[in-house]
Design a protein around this ligand. Structure first.
Ligand SMILES: O=C(O)CCC(=O)C(=O)O
Length: 302
């Protein structure tokens, strides 16, 4: 399949972008899941959710977009296909509780399957942020490489991200892409200890480590991995697993959610909790570094 990653046209799978492996055979075995997480920095679970329930959530989100946005979908096409209408807008934004807290959506993000999974994994009751990162990405959109810690690292050190495709998503539509090895290779140690311990709201440092994912693997090692996802699959990863996305080069909106889970007994990052979470507030920053300046400060310049 032809895809675009870091503004480079690639064939997937290939040497620069390989396949994620699934860990379904480890389900229910907390020790084995932890060992795999330590080894890989992620767990891909196929079909954790009932496909029909995921599609019901997808429908609710796109119905909202149709009713509240500005002609987001190409006339005469099926809403569930989410075909992009040039210049159209969805009115969806990350954290919009009017959508993220619809029962069909919460049935996925806070329902039995995901909580059962994390209760087993953590060995105790699970908590999740009220803020849900809803991403409806138009053609041309892509995410830059980053560690999640820099956006949500004030609470539990056991916090994990779960990326949930709300539909079938192939790598030409913009899939989540992990840099295997970024969580444990020695070549990433300094990145983890500098950039990886920053807080974008208090340090005035950039959220993304680079604008180009392939530059990161070329310079520091590791291998980028992604997959073709189906409605029901989830991809879980650590706060120090670097990730980005492929570019959406299709003619459709790409819909996914990323949400966070942790032991409920641990402290929670206060920015993401409540009916109206504080979210990001850089207003107290006395500086604002770009990536080059920040990498110089971290001793990570090229
Ligand atoms: O879906 C994306 O493009 C990015 C998601 C992300 O950054 C995350 O899951 O933390």
């Amino acid at each position: 399949m032809k895809i675009s990653f870091g503004n480079k046209d690639l064939e997937f799978p290939g040497p620069l972008l390989g396949e994620l492996r699934a860990s379904n055979e480890l389900m229910g075995d907390a020790a084995a899941l932890h060992a795999r997480m330590e080894e890989d920095g992620y767990l891909l679970i196929r079909g954790l959710h009932d496909r029909e329930k995921v599609l019901a959530a997808r429908r609710v989100v796109f119905e909202y977009a149709e009713a509240n946005g500005t002609d987001p979908f190409k006339p005469g096409t099926d809403l569930m296909d989410a075909v992009y209408n040039e210049g159209g807008r969805t009115a969806l934004r990350t954290g919009l509780q009017a959508v993220t807290h619809q029962p069909e959506v919460l049935a996925i993000l806070e329902g039995g399957p995901i909580f059962d999974f994390f209760n087993t994994y953590f060995g105790c009751p699970t908590g999740t942020f009220d803020w849900k990162w809803m991403r409806c990405v138009s053609p041309g959109g892509q995410s830059s490489p980053h560690y999640d810690f820099v956006y949500m690292g004030r609470g539990s050190r056991r916090l994990l991200t779960c990326w949930t495709p709300m539909g079938d998503i192939t790598p030409d539509m913009g899939t989540l892409t992990l840099l295997h090895g970024s969580h444990n290779l020695d070549s990433f140690k300094r990145i983890r200890e500098t950039y990886g311990e920053t807080d974008v709201d208090t340090d005035g440092t950039p959220g993304s480590f680079s604008n180009n994912p392939l530059e990161v693997s070329e310079e520091f090692g590791g291998r980028w991995l992604t997959s073709k996802f189906e409605a029901g699959d989830v991809l879980i990863f650590t706060m120090h697993t670097m990730h980005a996305s492929t570019k959406n080069i299709s003619d459709r909106w790409r819909l996914s959610f990323d949400t966070r889970y942790q032991p409920v007994e641990d402290p929670m990052d206060e920015r993401w909790v409540g009916k109206n979470p504080i979210a990001h507030d850089g207003s107290k920053n006395t500086r604002s570094l770009n990536i080059e300046e920040a990498r110089k400060e971290w001793g990570l310049q090229k």
